[in-house]
Write a protein that binds this ligand. Structure first.
Ligand code: ZN
Ligand code: ZN
Length: 596
């Protein structure tokens, strides 16, 4: 529901925090010779080499110089990637991080983590062998067709060169896959079936109607058809593979404790274990239930004047939320209501001096473009580090295609109190405001190798911070619905860890979501599917949120009267998408790293 659309890398965005701050008491000079050396080595020179090996990710961040390359995912390309990591990590470690200024030191840590994590993913996790959903060529082609970064003919020539490798790409994919999970095999078949649409009529018409010479148009058509054939062949190969796995046994989708903890360390970079976060989430669930119980007692007579509440607290809360959810916008008013709320949120944030907004970077609310639909109902579409002047869009997917029942269920979920929380999370002062601040940081490294837990954590922190500032008038309704929303990220953490490490069953998983987090059976089914297909990512919301909240509370205690909320927010956001643990160290130079 609240996924940030910024393109996915083939490899996971990974990082491991290492204790490099032994000398943190001695603040580095603001710009030393070491800084100059670091910036020369790990500026454009490093990135140019990186993009050569990661052209899909390059396209997703708006760097098109390598866009005509489609890498063939075979042993040779994986070996090249490993060699790249070894080479650049050696160069990086020749530079002493304690000699760098804050910003460069953060970049150093992010890069070192990226190298460690990539090596681990290629050699230990090896999802390239067991997750066939890694293989799909569609998205970068769709971006090249739909983004007017260059004249049409130039883009078509880029697509033409890229198309050439599609058959080799899928041949290499087949050669790489070995005893995958059934869940990822089925997902890959489904998603590649969806990919066929990108190479269909629209692409054909685009080329046929262009000013390309006849010879090139013919070659384009030939390669387009070959790409279609390769994808179709891959899909039927996957379908056969799935039957074979059914007979002969597949890899289990559960990651297991060891891989899970390592992946958590690289991806989340909280300095703590997944197990510790899981235990904290269990406590938080109990705290929220206790709070909701009290709020429900207050609200019950207002919504059920002539009815005694059920004795069981979860039952009582569930019935009350059900009644309150009747207050929602009509389906055709959804987009207008979002449009109305954004300026209201902006005014609140400015009046209450919560964080400075940039009036030169307006947020445009729009209907989600067709080719981006299907993942989230609302998302922020932000310009990448190579095109910071481009517009930022708040995509809202209209409910046009929904059945009346499905639309109703959606509108009840995003009821009168929940819809503003969604807008806070996605837009103001959540993802959109964070991204505007992050783009001011001159470091491309922090944008490109940024930490997902910090990004999701900030958006989640922003929700609570807004309510604390009085948005929603401190009504019991607002806090109750907010608590339900919080239970979603808390239970995401519990579910993810329980499923991948503790062998939680499907029945227990769905019970956790429907009974303890008050979700619909439809939402619980979708989440069950997601937890089978992903791991660790679902913990990023709660992990980032709790780290930011704890840090703020600690600073408030230490600084007392001197604590200034806006100053805290702006300094916090000024480090780009660095992990929270690193921001803490940079904001409090005396604090030692607590690395795993
Ligand atoms: Zn989000
Ligand atoms: Zn209704």
């Amino acid at each position: 529901m609240h996924r940030l659309v910024r393109g996915a890398r083939t490899l996971l965005p990974i990082a491991l925090l290492v204790p490099v701050f032994a000398d943190a008491q001695a603040p580095a000079a603001s710009h030393s010779r070491t800084d100059t050396a670091f910036e020369r080595e790990f500026g454009d020179k490093f990135l140019a080499a990186y993009w050569e090996l990661n052209p899909d990710y390059a396209i997703s961040v708006g760097f098109y110089r390598v866009a005509d390359r489609l890498l063939v995912p075979d042993d040779a390309s994986r070996a090249a990637e490993l060699a790249f990591v070894d080479r650049w990590q050696t160069r990086l470690r020749r530079i002493k991080p304690e000699m760098l200024n804050d910003s460069n030191r953060a970049d150093w840590v992010l890069l070192d983590n990226e190298f460690e994590g990539t090596r681990w993913a290629l050699t230990q996790q090896r999802s390239w062998a067991w997750n066939p959903a890694n293989y799909n060529v569609a998205e970068p082609f769709a971006v090249l067709m739909n983004t007017e970064y260059a004249p049409l003919e130039q883009r078509l020539r880029t697509i033409l060169r890229r198309l050439e490798n599609v058959p080799a790409y899928y041949a290499a994919a087949k050669g790489s896959i070995a005893r995958p999970t059934r869940e990822h095999t089925q997902l890959a078949a489904e998603q590649n079936r969806g990919a066929l649409a990108v190479f269909g009529e629209e692409m054909q018409k685009l080329a046929a109607g262009s000013a390309l010479p006849e010879r090139e148009r013919a070659l384009f058509e030939q390669r387009r058809l070959a790409a279609l054939a390769a994808i179709e062949d891959f899909v039927s190969w996957l379908e056969q593979l799935d039957q074979q796995l059914d007979r002969e046994g597949a890899r289990p989708f559960r990651l297991g404790r060891e891989l899970y903890e390592r992946k958590f360390a690289y991806n989340i970079q909280s300095g703590n274990t997944a197990e510790a976060l899981y235990k904290r989430a269990l406590q938080e669930m109990e705290r929220l239930h206790t709070r909701m119980d009290l709020l429900a007692d207050q609200l019950w007579p207002k919504y059920f004047p002539n009815l005694a509440p059920p004795a069981e607290r979860l039952e009582k809360i569930d019935q009350l939320i059900g009644r309150m959810s009747e207050q929602h916008v009509a389906r055709e008013e959804l987009l207008d209501e979002v449009r109305r709320q954004i300026p209201e949120l902006e005014k609140w944030v400015t009046d209450k001096q919560l964080v400075t907004l940039d009036s030169e970077k307006p947020l445009e609310v729009r209907v989600t473009p067709e080719y981006k639909r299907g993942v989230a109902i609302a998302s922020i579409d932000a310009p990448g580090p190579y095109d910071p002047k481009a517009n930022t869009y708040y995509n809202v997917t209209p409910l046009d295609g929904f059945s009346p029942e499905r639309a109703e269920s959606f509108l009840r979920e995003y009821n009168r109190w929940m819809l503003p929380i969604l807008n806070i999370h996605e837009a103001v002062p959540g993802h959109y405001v964070q991204l505007v601040h992050a783009n001011k940081s001159p470091s491309r490294i922090k944008t490109i190798f940024g930490n997902g837990a910090m990004i999701e954590g900030w958006a989640s922190y922003a929700e609570r911070m807004m309510l604390e500032s009085g948005y929603g008038d401190h009504t019991a309704e607002m806090w109750l619905i907010y608590s339900k929303w919080s239970l979603r990220s808390v239970c995401n953490t519990i579910l993810d860890y329980s499923v991948h490490v503790l062998d939680m069953s499907e029945m227990d998983g769905k019970k956790l979501l429907t009974r303890f987090a008050f979700q619909s059976t439809e939402e619980a089914s979708a989440k069950w599917r997601r937890v089978q297909l992903t791991s660790v990512q679902l913990t990023s919301y709660f992990s980032g949120y709790s780290a930011i909240y704890d840090f703020r509370e600690q600073l408030k205690r230490e600084l007392g009267e001197q604590f200034d909320l806006r100053r805290f927010h702006e300094q916090f956001l000024s480090y780009g998408n660095a992990p929270v643990i690193l921001i803490r160290q940079l904001m409090k130079p005396g604090e030692k790293a607590t690395a795993p």
